[in-house]
Ligand binder design. Structure first.
Ligand SMILES: Nc1ncnc2c1ncn2[C@@H]1O[C@H](COP(=O)(O)OP(=O)(O)OP(=O)(O)O)[C@@H](O)[C@H]1O
Ligand SMILES: Nc1ncnc2c1ncn2[C@@H]1O[C@H](COP(=O)(O)OP(=O)(O)OP(=O)(O)O)[C@@H](O)[C@H]1O
Ligand SMILES: [Mg+2]
Ligand SMILES: [Mg+2]
Lengths: 260, 260
């Protein structure tokens, strides 16, 4: 079982779109996948059209992170074969303050996931991280085996790359997660008609030739529409370049995994 | 002197683009404006091409928020007439953890800005807030007189609107800032060619007819390019619809101010 964090502190770069579509495509390829939504905005939960069942307790990771419930109890089906989810709720925002007051905030999520590695129920855990440099985001990096960095083909996106790379270095050096690797850098919202997009991709390919995925995700309004129907991109726009883009990412991701 | 927070917990919706361009346009209309970058990503600082002078201490709000320095010492010129800035640095991320441990984290920024209202040096303070539901974002809301909510014309953007409206309600009800008003909702990245954009604008106009600005900001690659040159949109693309869009927002913002 491998834990993959989809993370970049820059906002709106396609973290949630990547987390939910990669998770769905890995499941379509026969992997058992658990999507953990650790962003209090809960976009991954609503983007998949998940109706969270009414219950007395919080459906999110809130209680497990405070040691008040078992993580496995929070797993619910996604309606897609092979894909389960632990949803998020706005109460997760409160955890940032609660956890920040404890000295173990960095490794809390890691110690929650560690025992599940011995008797794995899933092949992959995919973490959708919030945009920030706060407690939930750093806990996600500390818990992950690998990180996928979605990167918008814009200048401000490029500036953020140095920061997330530095943060990964710090997490490794701190001893919280010495073996954290960069799974890959995914270029998102790529619009081939603009010079800016080509310049940014060239820049990333020059500096990070081994990390950048060959697959880039095209800018398409279909991605903006899909969450309003609670559908993955393949469900919403099958047989289109956008609809197939995350299937080709999943294939490339698995090929890298097998050869590394 | 009025403090305006540019805030929305959803990432990548145009908060920084709005903060720096609105600040520059208000200054061009003769107002004295201070832009406070309270996002550890420091996109507003780099987007204006600000070279932060080397110095022994941190140039950001870090020390003032901990009571270790005077806010006024951190003000530096932006190179544009009437526009000053307090830059951000990644060290601000550390403040989230430090402040979260104190019971006054919500009102720390407010009490820092309050005394400046009596002997104002500027007409407007514009706060560029980080994407999150964390300490710096809520402190920004508690410190503000009014909030401008940039909203992407996408489904996931619309979902975020209910959350930020609820958060404003909570900040008012908590007593931390009972008189916080919604200055306005700004539709950003508007692409008239897509149904989705028109549907989202119609939805917002129906539910918030008084808050939505008439001015909407068009989607344009020029906005992605401008920060790479450290230029405002008017400096980078004068006499274009994109280049003029924030000038018309500034005019609408001031007209509302004068009539309310
Ligand atoms: N390839 C794409 N082309 C066009 N729009 C896209 C693409 N990928 C995502 N989007 C849209 O862009 C917006 C931002 O994407 P998303 O919410 O996945 O980013 P994020 O990094 O998770 O944001 P946050 O920082 O708020 O968590 C959404 O409205 C989404 O529908
Ligand atoms: N109207 C627009 N049209 C096209 N691109 C835009 C527009 N406004 C902003 N952008 C680009 O979209 C990206 C996100 O904008 P920006 O960084 O201002 O958003 P933000 O809400 O401040 O993000 P964060 O949540 O990370 O703070 C940037 O690359 C910016 O250049
Ligand atoms: Mg997201
Ligand atoms: Mg910003």
């Amino acid at each position: 079982m491998r834990v993959i964090a989809i993370s970049n502190q820059k906002g709106g770069v396609g973290k949630t779109t990547t987390a939910l579509n990669l998770a769905a495509e890995l499941a379509a390829l026969g992997k058992r996948v658990l999507l953990l939504d650790i962003d209090p905005q809960a976009s991954a939960t609503s983007g998949l059209g998940i109706e969270v069942p009414e219950s007395a307790s919080s459906p999110s990771l809130y209680e497990p992170l405070l040691g008040q419930a078992d993580l496995m109890e929070k797993i619910i089906p996604s309606g897609r074969e092979g894909l389960d989810i632990i949803p998020a709720e706005t109460d997760l925002a409160g955890i940032e303050i609660e956890l920040a007051r404890s000295d173990t905030h960095l490794t809390r999520l890691r110690s929650l996931l560690q025992p599940l590695k011995d008797t794995p129920t899933h092949d992959y855990f995919i973490l959708d991280c919030p945009p920030s440099l706060g407690v939930l985001m750093t806990a996600g990096l500390a818990a992950a085996d690998g990180i996928i960095i979605p990167l918008q083909c814009e200048w401000l996106g490029l500036e953020g790359l140095a920061k997330i790379m530095y943060l990964v270095e710090q997490i490794r050096a701190s001893g919280a997660n010495p073996h954290l690797v960069i799974e890959g850098i995914l270029m998102t919202m790529y619009d081939a008609r603009t010079n800016l997009a080509r310049q940014v991709v060239d820049e990333v390919r020059t500096h990070f030739p081994n990390e950048i995925y060959q697959t880039s995700i095209p800018r398409s309004i279909r991605f903006g529409e899909a969450p309003s129907f609670g559908l993955t991109i393949r469900e919403h726009a099958p047989q289109t370049p956008a609809g197939e883009s995350y299937a080709s990412l999943a294939a490339e991701f698995l090929t890298r995994r097998e050869t590394n």
